[in-house]
Design a protein around this ligand. Structure first.
Ligand code: SF4
Length: 461
């Protein structure tokens, strides 16, 4: 099953890929399905279930659903336009999306947070219903947000070709691999690197110029999110009164570097500062790239920025290589495990991001395919069992700092793998299987429901 680099790295808005971007996409898909039937809805009603109900308010799911119903997409949404539209909808209880007929929608009564049992297919369920003027039901659809911004209709949940890639149904790729073992075997047979195979596979869907342009855009959005995060201060939204820290960390580090103080912990501090910058932007609802999710969006940009800053001779082509290799690993994890915190805990988000970043860094530092696989395994292994317990349902604590630690572990994993010859005891495939099984065994209260862990142990002073 081919998962494109652009399925893994989606440009969108914070704070959550599964709770913000996915629901926004689902709402728009519902509008499109309704339009296809030719029926004109008088009113639309949406219910949120499972993790979407429990942590949806903190993750801005309500805002995302309304904006999706208003015709916005996460990639193109602009902050000012979204804010104006939301105010109008709250005032008028009516949505008039561009290209679709208008309908009534009162955010207070037509958006329901259902705290009962989750829907059967996945922890992140949404049910959309459209009603005629006389109150009769015109159409009803259930969607699941399955992590990383991917959404799937309930009836398509078990059809992996539909829920894994926007390129489903496209041409066969020259170097197909679903597992890390298959990736290594394909590389050996063709005498190609992971990046070369991934690139060749992507070229079945876009030409070389378009591929490079889109990869460069992904990095630009990542890099911009670092810059904005390092420049912004103030309090993050949501009620925790958490102060942004990236700007101050940057100021202190910059001052020390200016006087030549390149102390031993400089690399760690650089990584953490940049990962925090992106994560704070995400928490503030800013534009970021899912990598592979919003909650883990800071890890990969931090590691790429570290590579560009600390290795002379780094080029834009290296960044493309990094992204392609990271996406290859992300696709394997998604296919055989999960990248959803609601499904397997934070090991699936920060753990996956760290594995992807380690692989990308290992590749641009000249690692062999075996070393790349080894680096991803090391990074993922040392996130196994990590729970998801966001305080107040916000993607802030522990999420923001956790991105910094994921970035540090990724660099450590890459450098450790590069010191070896790629041979190791636990394969990446076995590690992914372990992560998935651990996630399934994990109590639901540790899977993005804010009903356990740090989320219930915060002492109010
Ligand atoms: S704890 Fe991890 S998985 Fe959970 S919301 Fe935060 S970053 Fe995502």
């Amino acid at each position: 099953m081919f998962i494109s680099v652009f399925d893994i790295f989606k440009i969108g808005i914070g704070p959550s890929s599964s709770h913000t971007m996915g629901p926004m996409t689902a709402a728009l898909l519902f509008l499109k399905s309704l339009a296809k039937t030719g029926a004109k809805a008088d009113r639309i009603r949406v219910s949120l279930h499972g993790s979407l109900a429990f942590t949806g308010k903190g993750h801005a799911t309500d805002r995302a659903i309304i904006l999706g119903l208003a015709g916005f997409t996460a990639e193109t949404a602009e902050a000012t336009e979204m804010a104006t539209t939301l105010t109008e909808i709250h005032d008028r209880h009516r949505i008039a999306p561009q290209d679709f007929p208008p309908f009534r929608f009162d955010p207070n009564s037509d958006l329901i947070f259902d705290y009962g049992p989750s829907l059967p297919g996945h922890a992140n369920g949404m049910c959309f219903s459209a009603f005629a003027e006389n109150g009769s039901l015109l159409m009803q659809q259930t969607y699941y947000s399955i992590g990383g911004g991917f959404v799937v209709l309930a009836e398509d949940l078990n059809n992996s070709s539909l829920n894994e890639s926007s390129t489903a149904g496209g041409p066969a790729v020259p170097y197909p691999f679903n597992t890390a073992d298959e990736m290594l075997a394909a590389g050996k047979a063709a005498d190609l690197s992971v990046a070369e195979m991934k690139r060749a596979n992507e070229l079945g869907f876009v030409n070389g110029r378009e591929l490079d342009d889109r990869l460069d855009r992904v990095w630009r959005v990542m890099s911009d999110s670092i810059d904005r995060g390092l420049a912004a201060d103030g309090i993050l939204p949501g009620g925790l009164k958490l102060k942004r820290r990236a700007k101050e960390l940057f100021r202190q580090l910059e001052k020390e570097m200016a006087v030549g103080d390149r102390h031993l912990l400089l690399v760690n501090e650089w990584l953490v500062q940049n990962a925090i910058a992106v994560s704070e932007e995400n928490a503030a609802g800013g534009k970021i790239v899912t990598a592979p999710t919003n909650g883990a969006a800071g890890v990969i940009p931090a590691v790429i920025s570290y590579y560009l800053a600390f290795y002379s001779g780094a080029t834009p082509a290296d960044v493309r290589t990094f992204l392609l290799v990271a996406a290859a690993i992300g696709g394997i994890i998604k296919h055989n495990g999960s990248i959803s915190g609601a499904e397997v805990g934070c090991q699936g988000e920060i753990g996956s991001a760290a594995a992807m970043a380690a692989a990308g860094l290992c590749a641009v530092l000249g690692g062999t395919n075996e070393q790349i696989e080894n680096s991803a395994e090391i990074a993922l292994e040392h996130h196994l069992g990590m729970t998801c317990d966001p305080v107040n349902g916000l993607v802030q604590v522990p999420c923001i700092e956790r991105n910094g630690f994921g970035a540090v572990k990724a660099v450590t994993a890459a450098t450790l793998a590069l010191r070896g010859d790629g041979s190791h005891l636990i394969s990446l495939d076995k590690c992914i299987r372990t992560m998935y099984q651990t996630g399934l065994d994990m109590n639901d209260k540790y899977k993005e429901t804010s009903r356990g862990g740090l989320a219930v142990n915060l002492v109010d002073c």
